[in-house]
Write a protein that binds this ligand. Structure first.
Ligand code: APR
Length: 232
């Protein structure tokens, strides 16, 4: 850590687990919504078929999140943003807890649950600023329906964010992957790019993942416990 000049961190749902946010896979217990697995209710197909149902699912998740706070994993990562020559935080999480902990520049690979996006003009708004709870909300600029500004299953990532994260990953000398099952692409490629470009690769996850054997160090502990121990 002390020798690192450029650090790249990729996080997944596991870093929010100790804040009380259920993970999708692994020990966290996959949340089902009205009997539908999350990859059905959070899918492009469902958004096209029944946008109000997708809004209901995301409203439910936001209501859960309202009462949750960042945990020591988020706080440690926020402290690290000023401790290295270059520090990059890329997250698959949409819960906004990294920002809430003070992280300023977060590469939100899968979007952000607190934002809505217009289906036509791409106008974005913070859902908490919406006057009415009508669903789907209507765009204040063009009047079309708005959708959650998150990447749904079957959709591409927002243009540019992956490419920027990939170039940071390839330029780092220390890559830390915390709280992800490393099953969803292209996010799961980022630590591989870092390693191939010469970075020292550390995984923080109580469970083994497809990435574990590829890592220089696999710290099989909770992120909220381990990351503060790596602090300096
Ligand atoms: N600290 C670190 N890791 C943890 C902790 C913890 N306290 N608790 C659980 N984990 C690990 C689990 O072992 C699991 O490997 O976090 C991982 C969570 O995996 P997923 O639930 O699959 O979450 P993630 O990898 O972020 O999923 C990627 O899939 O559902 C889509 O778009 C969604 O962004 C999500 C993507």
């Amino acid at each position: 850590m002390r020798a690192a000049r450029s650090v790249f961190v990729l996080t997944g749902a596991g870093v929010s687990a100790e804040s009380g946010v259920p993970t999708f896979r692994g020990g966290g217990g996959a949340p089902l919504w009205k009997g539908m697995p999350f990859d059905v209710i959070s899918s492009a197909g469902m958004a096209a078929r029944d946008l109000p149902a997708v809004w209901e699912w995301f409203d439910y998740r936001r209501d859960l999140l309202q009462s949750l706070s960042p945990n020591p994993a988020h706080a440690t990562l926020a402290r690290w943003q000023d401790k290295f020559e270059t520090f990059t935080l890329a997250t698959q999480n949409v819960d906004g807890l990294h920002n809430a902990a003070g992280s300023r520049e977060v590469f939100e690979l899968h979007g952000n649950i607190w934002r809505a996006r217009c289906l036509s003009c791409e106008e974005r708004v913070d859902v908490r600023e919406l006057e009415s709870r009508e669903r789907p909300p209507l765009c204040r600029l063009c009047g079309d329906s708005m959708r959650p500004d998150v990447v749904l299953f079957g959709e591409l990532l927002p243009p540019g964010v992956y490419e920027q994260a990939a170039s940071r990953a390839m330029g780092c000398d220390l890559c830390i992957v915390a709280g992800t099952s490393a099953l969803v692409y292209p996010a799961a490629d980022l630590p591989v790019l870092a390693k191939r470009a010469g970075a020292f690769l550390v995984e923080v996850n109580p469970e083994r993942t497809p990435l574990s054997e590829f890592c220089d160090e696999a710290l099989e502990r909770k992120a909220g416990e381990v990351l503060p121990l790596l602090d300096f």
